[in-house]
Design a protein around this ligand. Structure first.
Ligand code: ATP
Ligand code: MG
Length: 313
């Protein structure tokens, strides 16, 4: 019935029967197919369900003692309080049974956006970010995220690499560790703000829905912060998709989310890039194949962008 998931992901049939039954009851129809979409590095169930009624729904589920359950519940809370018009799918429900929790989300139909220069999806994503960050987060959203520590605010890595430089660090980067650690050290004091922050914006955390257009998914890291966080996180992803650092540096200079906060944007980029450089060198987690290779690529793209911002070349 189910198509094979990427290595490491739980499948629909791994979900305890009482929870599957509960979900089918809530959705009003039995599940006839469960497809695990490509994308992401998580190990939990993340599947598009097709029901006997023909309707589709997206579900994420994990055992309650898995930290991903807290993240899923946080995501569900956030989906419920995002302002109307936010580029996010609707929450359909949270269900618990047999020591597992499932979050059911409206299904989006389409591929991940194409962030390459040939596509209009990148432009659409920048426009969405402008709209999302142009005014303070609604009170209900701020109240929903206030108790969850911001992953974005805690990003760092150059400090750790400076204290103990790894053998495989290139000479050029090695000589710049002091400068990079100093840039990064400015980030914690600048990390606060009142805007909605998705907190994990990559192409695989977006779907280009046939009706809604580009829509952000995976709101598990959502928080509040300065407007620049998502735009500056997206920037290295565009370089990975084929844009030049020069083009993306120009975009950050002009985009409303980043134009007025050059210092904060640079400090965040330094912290994010340090985080990637540090984490890429950690042992690979057993259930997240491909994560370290991605972090190496992202680290290189982030540093190329940071360099362009600092030197103009
Ligand atoms: N509402 C949705 N409708 C259809 N597909 C979706 C929906 N939400 C997410 N997806 C797809 O499922 C994949 C996994 O979902 P998501 O990113 O939310 O899970 P995750 O386990 O938190 O991911 P990660 O591995 O990034 O932590 C996404 O990359 C996307 O392709
Ligand atoms: Mg994801």
């Amino acid at each position: 019935m189910s198509s094979l998931p990427p290595v490491g992901r739980l499948r629909w049939t791994d979900v305890p029967t009482p929870l599957r039954t509960r979900l089918e009851t809530a959705l009003g129809s039995s599940v006839v197919d469960a497809v695990t979409p490509a994308g992401g590095f998580g190990h939990q169930l993340a599947a598009a369900l097709t029901l006997a009624s023909g309707r589709r729904a997206f579900v994420k589920a994990a055992p309650d003692d898995d930290p991903l359950t807290d993240a899923n519940v946080h995501e569900a809370t956030v989906l419920d309080v995002l302002p109307p018009g936010a580029p996010a799918p609707k929450l359909l429900g949270i269900h618990r049974a047999a020591g597992w929790t499932a979050v059911v989300i409206a299904h989006l139909d389409g591929p991940h956006p194409d962030l390459s220069p040939a596509s209009g999806d990148g432009g659409q994503t920048w426009a969405l970010l402008d709209k999302l960050t142009s005014s303070p987060a609604p009170t209900a959203y701020t109240a929903a995220v206030v108790g969850t520590p911001s992953g974005a605010a805690g990003l760092h890595g150059w400090d750790v690499l400076l204290a103990n430089p790894p053998g495989d660090l290139g000479l050029v980067v090695r000589h710049r560790l002091h400068e990079l650690a100093e840039l990064e050290a400015a980030w914690p004091a600048l990390a606060h703000g009142d805007r909605i922050v998705h907190g994990d914006l990559r192409a695989d955390n977006m779907v280009r829905d046939h009706h809604l257009g580009v829509t952000f998914v995976d709101w598990a890291h959502a928080t509040t912060g300065p407007a620049c966080i998502d735009a500056a996180s997206l920037a290295p992803q565009l370089i990975l998709a084929g844009h030049t650092p020069a083009d993306i540096a120009r975009l950050l200079q002009d985009h409303p989310a980043t134009a007025n906060s050059p210092e904060t944007t640079t400090a965040f980029l330094a912290a994010l890039t340090g985080h990637w450089h540090r984490n890429a060198r950690k042992p690979a987690p057993p259930r997240a194949p491909g994560l370290r290779a991605y972090q190496h690529r992202a680290a290189a793209a982030g540093l190329a962008l940071l360099d362009y911002r600092l030197t103009g070349r």
